[in-house]
Design a binder for this molecule. Structure first.
Ligand SMILES: [Zn+2]
Length: 135
């Protein structure tokens, strides 16, 4: 019986994400939609969200990005990578990437993120901790 040697595929079918719960990096399959974080064992959603309607929850977390569209309203604490607010957000925001409030956006809540941009016409009410050391 000859032993077969199997070669693992070397194709880069993985990507690295940051867990929105514990902030540590995790390698995941490129097409995975959700995983359990090996560090904090919490379920982590990997999808990007485009909120066009009303979204309220106790927890709105993704390792992807969240875009709140012009007619979108989110009432929830948010943990995400990048957040773009074109509509309304009420809740604290913890972003590992950037937070942008566009000219049509309204954000009420405290923001912790490496960067925060509020465009002319947009509004932001809350405390913020901005900078490289916040994530
Ligand atoms: Zn984690």
């Amino acid at each position: 019986m000859a032993k077969k040697t199997r070669f693992r595929s070397t194709s880069k079918a993985t990507r690295t994400i940051l867990c929105p719960e514990c902030g540590r990096s995790v390698d995941v399959a490129a097409k995975a939609m959700s995983i359990f974080c090996p560090h904090c064992s919490k379920r982590v959603i990997l999808e990007n969200y485009y909120v066009k309607g009303y979204h309220a929850s106790r927890d709105f977390a993704t390792a992807g990005d969240i875009v709140v569209e012009r007619r979108g309203t989110v009432t929830a604490p948010i943990k995400t990578c990048n957040l773009v607010v074109k509509g309304d957000v009420k809740g604290s925001v913890l972003a590992r990437g950037s937070v942008e409030v566009t000219g049509t956006g309204h954000l009420r809540g405290d923001v912790t993120a490496p960067s925060l941009v509020v465009r002319q016409g947009g509004s932001f009410e809350g405390f913020c901790r901005i900078g490289a050391g916040t994530s």
